[in-house]
Every structure is written in structure tokens, then in C-alpha cells.
Design a protein around this ligand. Structure first.
Ligand code: ZN
Length: 667
């Protein structure tokens, strides 16, 4: 075996052997039961759990040397019985820690514990987690149990697939297959880097990008169009470059339907590779996809895939935290960074061909100036510091439009609510289940607390919002510091004002619609393409005392967009009959709440981005937004801090762009 200077073996056949030998040499073979290539991780199974604790530093050093993710797990035979482990945790946990549930993950050797004090349970320097590992062989992972009115049951529900015995077998097999594929014997090294737009180019919706290196193929997002039927609902999966059995991995930036909606469809057509996502994205996806098939079967009478495909997909999901470098193909390393858009949202950084080329795909981003910011923020702004970026694929939703400052938007919403209250009407706010729903709840909670909106005005939440909000409180570490502190330190629920009323059944919905009292209603879907919002709208639209307030982007072709653009008569179905609905309520759009960066924030993001890319590819925008942002960047590149004029491209769906190598130079 000959090694290159950086300690990485040349061929992958050699690579696997090299890794195994290195591990035996460095960690001492006696305690090692087996070494498995499990997805992007090299899993070392040991019989003695204490070995893991005693060799922590050595394991870290080894991972650095190999530049691979090395995890050490106890061999299943060395793990204590689950009942014993539960008892051990309950009896030995620090006094003021309450444990509300356990989920055992046999595949990863983890016990997920739902608790009111996640940090305290793990302990300073992980002392308690280490004690549990040494005694039981299980690795303790703690989750914040959601404060009332949310319940731990909801979180345990999204983890149910973890405990499914049948699925555990499939997950184990999936990890091995993915591991074999990632550490495969490569035919050729990276020959080129091509970016192929399958969806979301020149438009907003059905985001999907195929990254092709000649050696491997990675799909970045696979979304559904927000309001299109037939062929336009799907990304262009029929291009010749896109063959499901050649696909190495799917990388998911965040849990919005226009980025995840069509992943289960790929499983329906035979994809069995890994799907990479952050842990909150995984949990939100689980809820969103199930809700999607439920809502589309109810409203359209059919869904493009079933629960079975969602379950199959979930046996292949591999989670990756922000900042962790992960091999997803022999020549592609993925790192997620905070995108500031929704909980768990990530930008995907792809390091290709041992550094031949680096691509940053932003997904959807939010960026803002922290200094002097007076707004209530749920998430920190997108990350801007990287080691290398040669090509950026950047969203352009608001490329042509400015948004009012966030704190002004907050004022405007509060003013509107008070006006509607005075005329005894109802405020209807369409929101996606994830993102704006929580930001608005956060803001309303504070306003109620400060007495700026009436306490006796119930805030109804309908649709998936109740469940998705619960997931937000389970991941406090992923939220902006003030929100995180109020959950962890002050043990408050910043998303639950005292007048919150979750709608779980028809009777509560009827109450929200027909009561004579003023009220606020937050309901899905965010663009009024389906979901309970349509029900509310149907009965509340004709009363001028009410108001419909848009707080997020309305894509072309959706009902929300049509109303926002001025349509005042629409057809609705009532008991099987079509009638014309006159829209008499006040219609208002407050742009400042968007989870997308405004035009100036997009430019500000580019200005702060280090290093500066050579190529800027604009996607996820309507033609006017793309054109305007294109002009701004090409006209102001010096002011944005680019050392030389960047190449700015605005491809359409089905276009392929080769970003590496570049041989032809015209300038
Ligand atoms: Zn999004």
C-alpha cells in the first residue's frame, strides 16, 4: 500500500483497507468486535463501553488523521436490557430533572431521552451521559420536552419510526449499502463539475439541482411546485443525466414542501440511497410529508405517493449537524451551515474532488444586520465565512423587492390586529406550518405579554402548526440565543401566549369561524392552495370587519397570490355546488416578516460572504426578481467586495452549467 503525503490512500479499495488497519493500529485491536462502513461514518464496534470513554482523545485524533467521521459504538451484545437502562437513568438522573419519555435506537445504539432539562441531564463534561454509556452501553442523547400546552407525546410520535423493528433491519442494511457506495473503488477521479437545473430555476417551487462530477451524482433538494397539477408539479426527473440507480445521495436543505415534496416519489420509483438532513429538518419532514398526503388525498382525491414510501425514505435518512464534514460520495464532502430561514434550515457546502472545486448552495436564506436590530428574531442570520467557495447557487426570491424593516412589520401587524379588534372582526393569517407560524407566535406572545394586543382575543392555530411548533421547543440549541435562553434558562414557552387555542377538531374550527368575538386565526397552507385556511376564508371573506393578512411569499398561480394581486371574486365549492365568493374583507400584505432575505439583504449577504466566488448562479426567483438581482450584482461587484468581476448566470430549468474545469477565457 502506498500512501500519499496527506495520509490518504489513492484508490478506494485501498482506502477501506487502509482505514481498517489504521483503526486497529491506533486503537488496539483487542477490544474491537468489528468495523463497519455505515453511510458516511466508520463505525467501530467494541465489547467494552468503558473503552469508548478511555479512548475519546485517541478516537478524535484518528478521525482528524483519516479525515473521516469515526464513531465508536458498543456492540449490541454489550448493551444492557432496555428496561434496566431506563431504570438506571431514572434512578441516577440529577434530582430536579424530569424524564418524560425514552426512544431506543438499536441501529445507532442511542437512547433518546425527553426531559425538561436536557443540558443538566447530559451533565457538565457529559459526566452523566458517560456514566450511562459505561454502565449500560447506550449513548444518551437528550431532547427538550416541549413545555405546555405542547406535549411530549407529539415528539415521541415523530420518533416512532426509530423503534420499528422491521425498519431497524432496513436502516442497518441501508447504512451498509451507503457506506459501500461512499467508500467504493472509484473508476475515475472528478472529471468535471456540472450543475443541472431540474426545478426551481427561473421560478419559485419544485427546487431540485443535480450535481454531476463524472464520478458521482448528488441531488440537492427535490421539491413539489406549490400550486401546479400534472407534469409541472414535479421537477424534470426525466432528463438523461438523471438515473435513479446512479444517484449517490439526496441532500435536503430544509423542510419546506417546495424543497422536499417529491423525495418520497423517488423512493416510489426505486431510489434506495441516503437522504442527508439536519436533525430538526428530519423531524419536520416527517410531519410535513405525512400531512401533505393527508391533505392532498382529502382535497384532490389523490396523492403522488403513500405513507409506505415516506416510511421507506425515513429508513434512509442520515442526520448531519451544522459544521460537520461528511462524505456523501467518493469525491464529494458535504457540510451544512445555518441558513437562518426556518428551524434546521441549512446551506449545503460541497467540497468536490479533494478540493478541485467548492460549491455553496444556499437553499432559502435569511440574512440581516445583528447590530442595532430591534426585531424579535427566532433564528440567527445565515453563515457567511467559508474556507473556499468557487461557485455559489443562490436563491433570489426577493431579488427585486425590498421589505419593510422587521420591527416596522411587527408594529403594522399589531396595529392591524387592534383595528380589527375594535370593529369586532377576525384576523386571518395564512402561514406555512413551519417558519412564519412560529415567528408570528413568538411575536404575538410578546405583544400579549406587554399588553399591546388584547388578552381576550383568542389566537386559534389550525393545521399542522401545533405539532411543528412543539418540535421547535425540542431543539432550543438551534434557535437564536434569546429564544433559546427563554426555553432553557427561564423554562418558558416563547411560542405559546396564554390565549392560544389549538384547533384539533371541527367543533373548535366552527367556534373560531362563528363566534361573535374578535379572534386571530393562524392556519395552513401559507399560499392558500389547500388546508384549513380555505375553510376559514370561505366563511370569513364576505364580512368587511375581518382582515386577511399575508406575512409570507405568495408564489405565482396560487390563490394567495391572486387575492394579493387584487382579485375580489373567486369561485368556491359549497356542498358540491359552485358559488361566487365576494371578497369584502380587508386584504393586507406585510412583507417584513419573510423568512427570505430581501433584495438588500441578499446583496448584504454577498458582501459579507468570504471568500468571494468566481461564479454566481441565481435560482429560486421569478424572472423579474432574477433579472433585477443579476443587474445589481453585475453592476456593483466592486462595491460588494469581489476582487474581479464574477460570472453571474441565470439558468433555466434543464440548463446544465459546467463550473469545473474552466479552460476557455474570453476576458
Ligand atoms: Zn423555504
Amino acid at each position: 500500500m502506498h500512501l500519499r503525503q496527506n495520509g490518504v490512500a489513492p484508490g478506494s479499495q485501498d482506502l477501506r483497507g487502509f482505514i481498517i488497519i489504521s483503526i486497529y493500529k491506533e486503537l488496539g485491536g483487542a477490544d474491537i468486535a468489528s468495523i463497519e462502513f455505515e453511510g458516511p461514518e466508520i463505525a467501530v464496534y467494541v465489547k467494552n463501553p468503558k473503552f469508548i470513554l478511555e479512548n475519546e482523545e485517541k478516537i478524535k485524533a484518528l478521525a482528524r488523521k483519516l479525515r473521516k467521521r469515526v464513531v465508536v459504538r458498543t456492540h449490541p451484545d454489550a448493551r444492557k436490557d432496555k428496561e434496566y437502562t431506563k431504570r438506571f437513568i431514572l434512578e441516577n438522573a440529577p434530582d430536579d430533572v424530569t424524564v418524560e419519555g425514552f426512544i431506543f435506537d438499536d441501529v445507532l445504539g442511542e437512547v433518546r431521552v425527553l426531559t425538561n432539562k436536557p443540558g443538566k441531564l447530559v451533565g457538565k463534561g457529559k459526566w452523566f451521559a458517560n456514566k450511562v454509556l459505561a454502565e449500560t452501553g447506550w449513548r444518551l442523547v437528550s431532547f427538550r420536552s416541549p413545555p405546555p400546552p405542547f406535549s411530549s407525546k407529539m415528539i415521541l410520535h415523530v420518533f416512532t419510526w426509530v423503534e420499528n423493528k422491521e425498519k431497524a433491519k432496513e436502516r442497518r442494511r441501508a447504512l451498509k449499502e451507503a457506506g459501500e457506495r461512499i467508500f467504493r473503488d472509484t473508476v475515475s477521479s472528478t472529471r468535471y463539475v456540472r450543475i443541472i437545473g431540474l426545478g426551481g430555476f427561473g421560478e419559485v417551487g419544485r427546487s431540485a439541482i443535480l450535481l454531476d462530477t463524472g464520478e458521482s451524482k448528488v441531488l440537492l433538494d427535490a421539491g413539489a411546485a406549490p400550486d401546479a397539477l400534472g407534469d409541472n408539479m414535479y421537477p424534470h426527473f426525466n432528463v438523461p443525466e438523471f438515473l435513479i440507480d446512479q444517484l449517490d445521495a439526496i441532500v435536503v436543505t430544509h423542510a419546506h414542501m417546495d424543497h422536499i415534496g417529491m423525495i418520497p416519489l423517488l423512493f416510489k420509483y426505486g431510489f434506495r440511497g441516503p437522504v442527508y438532513a439536519t436533525p430538526p429538518t428530519r423531524d419536520l419532514m416527517y410531519l410535513m410529508l405525512q400531512d401533505f398526503i393527508k391533505v392532498s388525498s382529502e382535497q384532490m382525491g389523490y396523492a403522488p405517493y403513500s405513507r409506505k414510501e415516506i416510511e421507506t425514505m425515513f429508513s434512509r435518512v442520515i442526520t448531519v449537524d451544522y459544521g460537520v464534514v461528511t462524505d456523501v460520495a467518493p469525491d464529494v464532502k458535504l457540510t451544512f451551515y445555518n441558513a437562518g430561514h426556518i428551524l434546521g434550515s441549512a446551506m449545503a457546502h460541497l467540497h468536490i474532488g479533494q478540493g478541485k472545486h467548492n460549491v455553496l448552495y444556499t437553499g432559502d436564506i435569511k440574512y440581516y444586520r445583528i447590530k442595532g436590530d430591534r426585531a424579535i428574531r427566532m433564528l440567527s442570520p445565515a453563515h457567511t465565512q467559508f474556507q473556499r467557495v468557487e461557485t455559489i447557487i443562490m436563491e433570489s426570491t426577493y431579488g427585486a423587492t425590498e421589505q419593510q424593516p422587521r420591527h416596522e412589520a411587527e408594529e403594522e401587524l399589531i396595529r392591524t390586529i387592534n383595528e380589527v379588534y375594535k370593529r369586532r372582526g377576525k384576523v386571518l393569517i395564512p402561514v406555512m406550518a413551519v417558519g412564519r407560524a412560529q415567528e408570528i407566535l413568538l411575536m404575538l406572545s410578546k405583544a400579549v405579554e406587554e399588553g399591546r394586543i388584547p388578552q381576550d382575543m383568542p389566537i386559534y392555530i389550525d393545521g399542522l402548526i401545533f405539532e411543528t411548533t412543539a418540535i421547535h421547543t425540542a431543539y432550543p440549541e438551534w434557535l437564536a440565543p434569546p429564544v433559546k435562553n427563554s426555553i432553557l434558562r427561564d423554562e418558558k414557552n416563547p411560542f405559546a401566549p396564554p390565549n392560544l387555542v389549538p384547533v384539533h377538531d371541527r367543533s373548535k374550527r366552527q367556534e373560531a369561524i362563528w363566534s361573535n368575538e374578535p379572534a386571530i386565526v393562524l392556519a395552513t397552507s401559507g399560499m392558500m392552495t389547500g388546508g384549513p385556511i380555505r375553510e376559514y376564508f370561505k366563511y370569513l371573506a364576505e364580512d368587511p370587519r375581518n382582515a386577511l393578512v399575508f406575512v409570507s411569499y405568495q408564489a405565482q398561480g396560487t390563490l394567495g397570490r391572486r387575492i394579493k394581486d387584487g382579485e375580489r371574486e373567486i369561485q368556491v365549492e359549497d356542498d358540491g355546488k359552485i358559488r361566487v365568493l365576494k371578497i369584502n374583507l380587508e386584504v393586507k400584505a406585510i412583507e417584513g416578516f419573510s423568512g427570505h432575505a430581501s433584495r438588500s439583504e441578499l446583496l448584504y449577504f454577498l458582501k459579507h460572504l468570504t471568500p468571494k466566488p468566481r461564479t454566481v448562479i441565481l435560482n429560486h426567483g421569478e424572472p423579474a426578481a432574477l433579472a433585477s438581482l443579476y443587474k445589481a450584482i453585475t453592476g456593483r461587484w466592486e462595491r460588494l467586495g469581489f476582487p474581479s468581476q464574477p460570472e453571474v448566470l441565470v439558468p433555466e430549468n434543464l440548463d446544465a452549467i459546467k463550473v469545473y474545469p474552466r479552460t476557455l477565457r474570453l476576458r
